[in-house]
Unconditional design. Structure first.
Length: 346
């Protein structure tokens, strides 16, 4: 349990350009024709109507810095009060140096501010929240900034091209790439502070609890070239990942409730890493939660990687779904498989 950590705010930063699931299937026409697939299955199976994408020259650091600028301005925080910035995206500008160094420069943060990357699939931001919260609780820093800028279109386009170019495409060849067709683009930022320096309307961070099921790390892997000369693809056993991910969450759940001293009935609202409709239904059913507590973004944004959970929380707050005094549970499951659960008093 944390006793000194506050969350000053969450920020979502979404692209303007929209790509519907119908448009994605039109781009997949050669593959669909080979397999005799009917249109509409992408939205029907996932609940995703559309996703968004940045201009093609946008970098993860630029998207991340823009989200951070919005949050810093909204909270009226002086940049020299930020002691650390961590870039938490799946997407990075390059492998070396840390993309956080570019964000640090774009924001004009003080030279003494630590800057580095955290990579933990779709749980990057909530993992970063734990790192910063631990540092605040220990008295190492006073305020920290987390950013994520996910650039999903290159993976989506490469997946479409890969499927269309297969001369002897079979339905079983399509299946490992289905999850890649749900990917969207988004950026997010989060600022955490010691309670003595937090903003007046900040939110109390109670606990972050994690559980690992790394024997299942092969169910979703990205970054391999997969014999393609054009770039990396991601391969996912979607059905197995869904089942194993929710199973991991159910194992994490009792210890999480015990740590934050909540019962299920105490939880007023939930925000999750948004994947799709089937995942949401199964997760809430297994945890004994009503889906009425959830705030849905996957239908408009798709799966936005590490930006999904913080962006969803920000949009839930903007909509009024989260109210002062609410007990909020953030639920995150990421390939690995890892599960992170976060308790907040709003």
């Amino acid at each position: 349990m944390y006793s000194k950590v506050k969350i000053d705010g969450f920020q979502a930063h979404t692209p303007d350009s929209i790509l519907t699931s119908e448009a994605v299937e039109e781009m997949l026409r050669p593959a669909y024709d080979k397999l005799n697939l009917s249109k509409g299955r992408l939205e029907m199976f996932t609940g995703i109507k559309e996703r968004r994408y940045w201009p093609l020259d946008k970098t993860p650091s630029q998207a991340s810095a823009e989200a951070a600028e919005k949050l810093i301005s909204k909270l009226d925080i002086a940049k020299d009060e930020i002691d650390i910035v961590i870039h938490c995206s799946v997407c990075r500008d390059f492998l070396e140096p840390a993309t956080a160094s570019v964000v640090h420069n774009l924001l004009g943060l003080k030279p003494q501010a630590l800057n580095f990357d955290i990579s933990n699939a779709c749980l990057g931001v909530i993992t970063g929240m734990k790192v910063i919260a631990d540092m605040i609780e220990a008295g190492t820093i006073r305020r920290g900034l987390l950013v994520s800028g996910e650039i999903g279109f290159p993976l989506l386009k490469q997946t479409i091209d890969h499927l269309n170019e297969q001369k002897h495409l079979r339905r079983q060849d399509f299946k490992p790439h289905f999850a890649s067709l749900t990917i969207g683009s988004c950026a997010a930022a989060v600022i955490l502070s010691h309670e003595d320096y937090a903003k007046e309307d900040s939110h109390k961070l109670l606990a972050i609890n994690s559980y690992a099921n790394t024997a299942q790390n092969d169910l979703c892997q990205g970054g391999h070239n997969n014999n393609s000369a054009n770039g990396p693809l991601m391969q996912t056993d979607s059905e197995a990942l869904l089942v194993a991910g929710v199973e991991t969450a159910t194992k994490a759940w009792p210890a999480f409730l015990e740590e934050c001293q909540w019962s299920i009935e105490d939880i007023d609202r939930c925000c999750t890493h948004q994947v799709g409709s089937a995942h949401t239904r199964l997760l809430f059913d297994k945890l004994g939660l009503s889906t009425d507590l959830d705030f849905q973004t996957f239908d408009k944004l798709g799966n936005c990687g590490s930006a999904s959970l913080p962006a969803t929380t920000a949009l839930a707050a903007e909509s009024g779904h989260l109210q002062k005094g609410h007990k909020i549970a953030l639920l995150g499951i990421g390939s690995g498989i890892n599960c992170s659960l976060c308790a907040i008093e709003w």
